[in-house]
Ligand binder design. Structure first.
Ligand code: HEC
Length: 122
């Protein structure tokens, strides 16, 4: 019988495990960047400033003019609907205090997408 060295077997195993894990890690890495960016934009007083009115996990000095942003994926299974609320909140409620971030160009389209990525982790 041919002898296979333990080293070769181990090297093969490590390579196989890396081949499986690496793409997954990279994908998670990209998502994590988008989510971190979204959190920064949401909390930034000169950008989303969402904390002025909404309680959000991880944010300080939150206001309570709007509802707490919790369980977002369960409550907004349709991502487009959540995005629309941020893009122009006045469509759903013309009297709302929430600024129409997209329509008034307070946030760019990309910035709104990053914030939605972040909200979906709540
Ligand atoms: C000046 C206050 C104010 C700011 C700033 C604000 N909102 Fe709101 N938001 C509200 C109010 C009030 C509501 C309640 C619904 C309404 O008025 O139509 C609301 C509703 C929402 C809803 C629907 C929540 C639900 O449970 O139905 C989401 C999602 C939301 N806001 C996200 C955001 C995000 C994200 C930001 C930051 C980019 C933000 N809001 C900034 C006041 C604000």
């Amino acid at each position: 019988m041919r002898q296979i060295s333990l080293g070769a077997v181990l090297a093969g195993l490590v390579a196989a495990i890396l081949a499986i894990l690496l793409p997954a890690t990279l994908a998670v890495g990209q998502d994590a960047t988008a989510v971190a960016e979204g959190e920064k934009l949401a909390f930034d007083r000169t950008k989303g400033n969402c904390l002025a009115c909404h309680m959000i996990d991880g944010g300080d000095l939150a206001g309570n003019i709007g509802p707490p942003l919790l369980s977002m994926q369960q409550r907004f299974p349709d991502r487009a609907q959540l995005r629309a609320q941020i893009w122009d909140s006045t469509v759903k409620n013309p009297q709302t205090l929430m600024p129409p971030f997209g329509r008034n160009r307070i946030l760019s389209e990309d910035e709104i997408d990053r914030i939605v990525d972040f909200l979906y982790t709540l």
